[in-house]
Ligand binder design. Structure first.
Ligand SMILES: Cc1cc2nc3c(=O)[nH]c(=O)nc-3n(C[C@H](O)[C@H](O)[C@H](O)COP(=O)(O)OP(=O)(O)OC[C@H]3O[C@@H](n4cnc5c(N)ncnc54)[C@H](O)[C@@H]3O)c2cc1C
Length: 416
């Protein structure tokens, strides 16, 4: 059996950040990248743009070619190696064909995959997803070869609204359905969501909220729990993702929804690290360990793993749930928590809408619709709060930051 001192499972954002950090720290040990695909590393956020024909195939691969891993980072890559079994005690990885490699240290950076609901009629063949290059390619081909006149998007998530936008731009009649009573249920407050829903409806997007999909019939008709029958040519499911960890042996490594790691990205198994959507991390405002599911987090966790694997002890305190999404000519910032708070301040001006959520005198959540220049400082203020709460020094230098009272001034005075 072949042996490699360092193995990285997954050629994505977290994996690449780890390799770059290892080399930046001067670690010269051989690195083996195990990738289940032949595509070079890419940013999954770009998949909707590719599927909608807004960017070319080449523009998907901004991190370079697989060949660059060899030439620029001195890393070897085994393409088409899908880790199917990881023996964390024996430190051996086996793929779906039985090919094996043993390692000294290993990073699990396998990301996450879309969840397929147990809805009768829904299979990986009858519905579309949006996560990987192959998902995007499949949808793009379908849109080009057999343009749908109507489509249903199940899940009004961050991914769901982007998919809805791309279908709408192709002239499709789109219905966006979700079990939740409003769109973007993880990030938006009911009030802010309502604002966005009004704007979507004014552009002929149909919303079916508070419903589940009961079944998908062979002719594409989607039957909802309300009894409504949606005749759609195409169904895309965007109800969330699950960490790719099916290759772990039960009981060998501590997991929850993702692999549990400490602040150095070490799992409970010796020599085994994890980063990105396959791992959990600390959400700084709540202090809870969760899969954070953000690109910046994947990169930071990957980089932290790389530095620690190289022997440069570097902690990573965690992150705050935050996202700025652009869709249907709106910009939405959701940061922190909008669910539990003891004070809320609501402001609007023109087509902009803002809500600040406070808990025990601390800013713990922000919703901003078309906040423009305020979005960056609002997000930073939240980070600052979170880092203070966690007893960590602020990561963002003072000069780049607006103090909270300045933020309030900026938000409140011109808006109310
Ligand atoms: C449409 C869309 C929009 C998004 N929008 C945002 C946004 O606005 N802001 C934001 O911060 N984040 C966004 N995200 C999320 C962000 O892309 C992810 O959080 C980030 O890519 C996670 O990086 P990762 O390295 O953990 O996983 P990935 O980048 O998915 O990389 C994982 C890699 O591992 C490979 N792999 C999986 N299983 C195996 C296996 N068994 N063996 C070998 N290889 C394997 C995969 O093929 C993949 O190449 C979005 C995602 C999507 C899909």
């Amino acid at each position: 059996m072949e042996y490699r001192e360092l193995a990285v499972i997954g050629n994505g954002c977290a994996g690449l950040a780890c390799i770059r950090a290892l080399r930046a720290c001067g670690d010269k040990r051989p690195i083996l990248v195990l990738s289940d695909t032949r595509w070079p590393a890419y940013n999954p956020m770009l998949t909707t743009y590719f599927a909608g024909g807004k960017i070319s195939r080449e523009q998907m691969f901004l991190f370079g070619r697989n060949e660059d891993l060899r030439t620029k980072l001195d890393a070897e890559i085994w393409e088409g190696f899908r880790a199917a079994d990881l023996d964390a005690e024996g430190r051996v990885i086996r793929d779906q064909t039985g090919r094996t490699v043993s390692y000294g240290q290993c990073l699990v950076a396998t990301g996450a995959s879309p969840i397929l609901p147990r809805t009768p009629g829904m299979t990986r063949q009858t519905v579309f997803f949006m996560r990987t290059m192959d998902d995007a390619l499949r949808l793009r081909r379908r849109l080009e070869e057999q343009p749908p006149r109507s489509a249903a998007v199940i899940g009004a998530s961050m991914v769901g609204v982007k998919v809805m936008e791309l279908l709408h731009a192709r002239g499709c009649r789109v219905t966006l359905a979700d079990l939740a009573p409003h769109i973007l249920p993880g990030a938006a407050s009911p009030e802010c969501a309502r604002e966005m829903e009004r704007r979507l409806e004014s552009r002929s997007v149909r919303l079916c909220l508070g419903v589940t999909a009961d079944r998908l019939e062979p002719d594409g008709t989607l039957v909802l729990s309300s009894g409504e029958r949606l005749e759609s040519d195409l169904t895309v499911v965007c109800i969330g993702v699950r960490s790719n960890l099916d290759f772990l042996r039960p009981g060998q490594v501590e997991t929850d929804r993702g692999l549990l790691v400490d602040e150095y990205m070490r799992t409970s198994a010796p020599g085994l690290y994890a980063a990105g959507d396959a791992a959990q991390g600390r959400e700084l405002l709540s202090g809870e360990s969760m899969v954070i599911g953000l690109l910046a987090n994947a990169r930071r966790q990957g980089r932290t793993a790389g530095r620690n694997l190289a022997g440069v002890k570097t902690p990573y305190p965690g992150n705050v749930l935050h996202n700025i999404t652009h869709f249907m000519d709106m910009e939405f910032l959701g940061a922190g928590s909008v669910r539990s708070y003891d004070q809320v301040r609501c402001m609007s001006r023109g087509d902009s809408f803002a809500q600040l959520f406070w808990t025990k005198g601390r800013l713990t959540g922000v919703n901003l619709l078309n906040g423009g220049a305020v979005a960056g400082p609002a997000r930073q203020a939240l980070f600052r709060q979170a880092l203070r709460a966690g007893g960590q020094p602020p990561e963002i230098p003072d000069e780049q930051n607006l103090l909270l009272r300045d933020l309030e001034k900026e938000l409140v005075q011109p808006w109310t």
